[in-house]
Design a protein around this ligand. Structure first.
Ligand code: MN
Length: 250
């Protein structure tokens, strides 16, 4: 009723409408057909090796008798809306796990400094093993001594889509090419982002960069501002204390 209430409520639909803007349609039209042929070819060659042993590395690294993380069932079919989740993970080193649903698993990157809303900032994002989609609801502790031992907070979640409106095909080829442009619709992160793979030997390292749009904000340190769970509103300390695993050996 109050004007203040109205203005906060008005933000939501505005954010949602970013999903189908005329801008995106223009961009799609602008892509050359040559580019789209190359993308299709890249997606075709990539598909086979990636699909052979989904989640094998995820399962190999964990003892599900000891950790409460989900064991991960067979990869799920792509939902109508693709999920994304960001988990703040205080393990041997604090980092943010950036996860995007693609072809039934969560493609995952560990971002030591977390996302930045400043388009001039490039954040290192180390690609890690695919995670099961069930991981999207995991918040709690992983026992010390186990893989990733420490505290996990659900820091942001929502859905995402290809920035160019090209759907799954665009996401698959973007991932394969190492140039993955996405639009996020989360509680804390919104708008256009890109992950760019660096050409270095070893495990793929990417850079996470905010694109310039209405959600970019050079002045705001969102990682410092948002220190509670998007799901439970708990701090890292509260999550750690609230879990019996933490004290099980005392
Ligand atoms: Mn992690």
């Amino acid at each position: 009723m109050s004007p203040a209430k109205k203005s906060t409520r008005a933000k939501r639909p505005a954010a949602k409408s970013a999903a189908s803007p005329r801008k995106l349609a223009k961009k799609v039209a602008a892509k050359s057909s040559k580019q789209s042929v190359a993308r299709k070819a890249a997606a075709k060659t990539r598909g086979k090796t990636a699909a052979q042993t989904p989640l094998a590395e995820y399962k190999r690294k964990r003892d599900f008798a000891k950790t409460k993380e989900p064991a991960g069932s067979a990869p799920k079919k792509n939902a109508k809306q693709l999920h994304f989740v960001i988990q703040k993970h205080s393990a041997s080193q604090l980092h943010f796990d950036w996860r995007l649903e693609l072809d039934g698993v969560m493609k995952s990157w560990a971002v030591p400094k977390g996302p930045s809303l400043d388009p001039s900032v490039k954040r290192l994002a180390m690609e890690v093993e695919d995670h099961p989609i069930e991981y999207n609801t995991f918040e709690g502790t992983i026992p010390q001594g186990e893989y990733g031992g420490g505290t996990v907070m659900l820091w942001d979640r929502g859905w995402y889509e290809a920035e160019d409106g090209g759907g799954l095909e665009s996401l698959r080829s973007g991932y394969a090419k190492g140039d993955l442009k996405v639009t996020l619709h989360g509680s804390r992160l919104e708008g256009s982002w890109v992950l760019v793979r660096m050409k270095r030997p070893g495990r793929p390292q990417w850079l996470l960069i905010k694109h310039r749009d209405d959600y970019a904000d050079e002045a705001r340190d969102i990682v410092a501002d948002e220190t509670t769970s998007v799901a439970s509103k708990r701090t890292m300390d509260e999550i750690a204390k609230g879990d019996k695993v933490w004290n099980s050996n005392r």
